[in-house]
Design a protein around this ligand. Sequence first.
Ligand SMILES: [Zn+2]
Length: 379
Amino acid sequence: MKKIVERIALPAPAPGTSRELIVHRYGDKGARPKVYLHAALHADEHPGLLTLNHLIRLLDQSSDPLHGEIVLLPFANPVGMAQHLNGYLAGRYELSGGGNFNRNFPDLSEAVAEAIRGKLGADAAVNSALIRAAAEAAAAALPRENELQALRAALLGLSIGADYVLDVHCDLEALVHIFVSHHHRDLGDELGSQLAADVVLLEQEPGGSPFDEANAGLWWKLRERLGGDARVPNGCFATTLELRGQADVSDDMAAGDAMNIYRFLQRRGVIGGDPGKLPKARGKPTPLEGTDVLKAPVAGLVAYRKQLGDRVAKGEVVADIVDLAAADPTQARTPVISRADGVLFSRSIRKLLASGETVAKVAGGEKLAHRKAGNLLEA
Ligand SMILES: [Zn+2]
């Protein structure tokens, strides 16, 4: 496939430095469906970087016809990738105070509502094009006063007009899992099956304005602002793809994941050719409110009793926290108990935990009373 490679300069944070985004563009601008992909918005999450590197190779060498447009950033966050701190890469939060890199993306629905009010007609395709153009104009008008603001505005500007947005992350130590809105359950099912995801988490109202919601949520927020106008469809499927854990960077896994993303794009009509039969889903989608995020009740060393992929019953002990200061080691263990019945899909990569730190995540099918909508993602 033919492509052009563009570079977007970010405002320099200090004299003598500069950073940029790299954009691989395949297909004609405006061709549909449009897909947008990037990796490592949390800059310490590296499996997706290798996966997209493999996907670029697949696309470059492919002789399948491209029907739509593909915009692919091999890395989403050059700011975070440079945050080396005493031998560690601190890639989740912006060190100058901007917070979590995957929170607080701007909500463009108000600006888009203003721009299109009274202009929707009977033709669904024309309406969607109008909304996308207004959204791209709103993204172009976002302030870019500092590097982080400019980074967020650039990413959103490239993605906001897309039909499909794949935001590729990973967890600490984890199975493949994806986050999708309950509005897009069927597509979540399809992508989850294609990726052999162990867990598909359905979001009602995750909160925090992450990148996926800034894209997909534009459409339902806009519909609400226009009094529930049914002419506003859910025009963007956006997902956070968690490609296992931080250490899971290998050519074998990345090549497999890239091929599965390629097949998903074929299945969605972005690329021609036969994607083959959709693999059988490994599990049913579960509500994000049904995921128990188990926290360390006290500080100490975590000793797991359960492995990734284990079924865990409500009330079962997943791990012990070992109090290293206890005089008697037989009295030093505090159990960490699951409140969900489900699959253990995430554990900590760090073993010495502070109290309140996440120990594990268990995806259950039933909503949990202690999980609050709007506050479902960790800071
Ligand atoms: Zn992440």
